[in-house]
Design a protein around this ligand. Sequence first.
Ligand code: ATP
Length: 235
Amino acid sequence: MLELKNMTVRYGKHLAVDAVGFGLTKGEVVVVLGANGAGKSSMLKAIAGMIPVADGSVTLDGDLLTGVPAHQVTNRGIALVPEGRGVVGRMTVEENLRLGATPSRARASEDETIAQVFDIFPRLAERRRQFVHTMSGGEQQMVAVGRAMMSKPDFLLLDEPSLGLAPIVVGDLFKALARVRETGVGLLIVEQNVKISLRHADRGYLLEAGRITGSGTSEELMNDAAVRHAFLGGD
Ligand code: ATP
């Protein structure tokens, strides 16, 4: 289980994530909904060890992750698909994917995992020798997810995976993420795209100005007045 307890992130005096607490188990999909600047990216980066946690804790199966450097967090089984994807344009699909297999936990099964990635994303198999900068935004997002899968994570953190993608591409991406979940990986997705992310999540949280202001099953959140007001233009 991945668990946040009163997790707080500050940039100087600015409180970006304010005492956030929740947990998720392997095989579960949890979405955190929040507008621009709500603290979504900061929350994921702090879990991944890329920025410091000022207060509170992050634990994985009871072991403290707070203060553990980013590469060791990946070694422990947590992979981040960053906003903007972070793929290497001047490398091929396969080279990008293999970059993800650097943690010791992933090396021995690299070929097996790449076969699994190609099974979930057949487009990447067809284009394994293509340079990533020549690919569409949706394909590049698949590369980013595939590369994170190559580290054999127990938990995958996804920072606004739908950003900038056409609705049909977003649909395909979330269907693929459902298959990743079937392999037993827990998914923590931060999104502004409420409809598609709740459709694929078990439950979710509402993040506003760094604080969790609501939670529920996907169905409850879909019908929640605050969610509808903030994201769906409803009252
Ligand atoms: P977006 O969807 O726009 O990326 P977000 O919900 O991911 O938003 P964050 O990027 O986590 O939000 O930002 C949360 C708050 O922290 C914002 O007020 C932002 O301006 C601030 N912030 C983010 N990164 C830094 C930084 N490196 N230095 C100072 N303030 C920052």
